[in-house]
Design a protein around this ligand. Structure first.
Ligand code: ATP
Ligand code: MG
Length: 355
């Protein structure tokens, strides 16, 4: 088991800096999900923690001891990759035992460790088979087994499920969570899929371009995004983001967009007339309302349980999500609104949350 600490960690590839002074504490036994768009530095961060990549600046501490210069072996941190990276010519047993054999463990101890891991991962009947004879999920479990036999202090998963189909992915997610509960080992799980992050994470760290935008529980990120980026990234379908200027209207404040549409605003001390802001409205907060703002239905989609209606209001698009089967025809003129007390307010310049 291990506690991992990053202090002001920087990574440069040549002159190009890709991680910009990152601070992060992962508690002993924590399950942390690291999420962010492609290229934001997730794999780079994991590779620095595992020792596959040098740390350009700052410190990595494992259980309080500086580990920047430690060999990967000494760190005892196992990484599971997206592409499984199994040896095709070796059986499952040999794949799983490989690192132990390299480490000089006796045959007997190796077999015992492999069989223990195989049982945990439901691979006992697969031990003498080759990777080509396994399903995607089984291959993924072998990749996990290879990490598991080493009894590491921490596991790092780099998008381990992206090669699996949706159903298998859901099943493997549950298995990884169960494995965490059973072992209680520190785990960092990387994904670019916000849905996976939301459903798996006890704590989520959301990165963009080498910095942490927000860290917190899934619901903290969903309910109180600290900036426009987090607001747009977390939630599917995504939050509606509308830009405009705060203006007075009949004694209240409204948001007036560039195309002259008015949207209700909450009574908030941080708002003053003339301010340029962005409001964030979850699609499920948008409703049809006789007193609402004029809009046109652009198109609708249904998932069966929900209707997603994309509206045009002036130059803006607004998505409405309803569990009710609203009879919304394409091109229909409607009026839409939302409870201003359930919206998110951001400064347009800085993108930072106001309310
Ligand atoms: N070996 C390398 N040399 C130069 N630049 C690199 C190298 N590896 C990664 N980068 C750059 O560092 C940045 C972060 O890459 P990284 O692979 O960590 O992103 P990621 O968040 O894992 O993305 P993805 O979700 O696509 O896997 C990217 O801009 C990438 O181009
Ligand atoms: Mg990556």
């Amino acid at each position: 088991m291990a506690r991992l600490t990053l202090r002001n960690v920087v990574k440069k590839y040549g002159a190009r800096q890709v991680i910009h002074g990152l601070d992060l504490d992962v508690a002993d036994g924590e399950f942390l999900v690291l999420v962010g768009p492609s290229g934001c530095g997730k794999s780079t961060l994991l590779r620095m923690i595992s020792g596959l990549e040098d740390i350009t600046g700052g410190e990595l501490l494992v259980d309080g001891a500086v580990a920047n210069k430690m060999q990967p072996k000494q760190r005892n941190i196992a990484m599971v990759f997206q592409d499984f990276a199994l040896y095709p010519h070796m059986t499952v047993r040999k794949n799983m035992a490989f690192a132990l054999r390299m480490g000089g463990m006796s045959r007997k101890d190796r077999d015992a460790a492999v069989e223990r891991a195989a049982e945990m991962l439901d691979l006992t009947n697969e031990l003498e088979r080759h990777p080509s004879e396994l399903s995607g999920g089984q291959k993924q479990r072998v990749a996990m087994g290879r990490a598991l036999v080493r009894d590491p202090a921490a596991f790092l998963f780099d998008e381990p499920l992206s090669n699996l189909d949706a159903k298998l992915r859901a099943q493997m997610r549950a298995e990884i969570k169960a494995l965490h509960r059973r072992l209680g080992t520190t785990m960092i799980y990387v994904t670019h899929d916000q849905m996976e992050a939301m459903t798996m994470g006890e704590r989520i760290v959301l990165m963009r371009q080498g910095v942490i935008e927000q860290a917190g529980t899934p619901l903290q990120l969903y309910d109180r995004p600290e900036n426009v980026f987090v607001a747009g990234f977390i939630g599917a379908p995504g939050m509606n983001l509308i830009e405009g200027t705060v203006s007075g209207f009949g004694g209240a404040l409204v948001l007036t967009t560039a195309s002259g549409m008015n949207w209700p605003l909450p009574d908030h001390e941080g708002l003053s007339e003339g301010a340029e802001i962005v409001i964030g409205v979850r699609p499920e907060s948008v409703v049809l309302s006789d007193e609402g703002t004029e809009a046109t239905v652009a198109f609708t989609e249904t998932t069966g349980s929900e209707i997603h209606a994309t509206m045009t209001a002036g130059e803006d698009q607004l998505l409405l999500l309803s569990k009710e089967r609203l009879p919304l025809e394409r091109h229909a003129a409607v009026r839409v609104s939302f409870d201003p007390n359930h919206i998110h307010l951001f400064d347009k310049q800085t993108g930072k949350r106001i309310n």
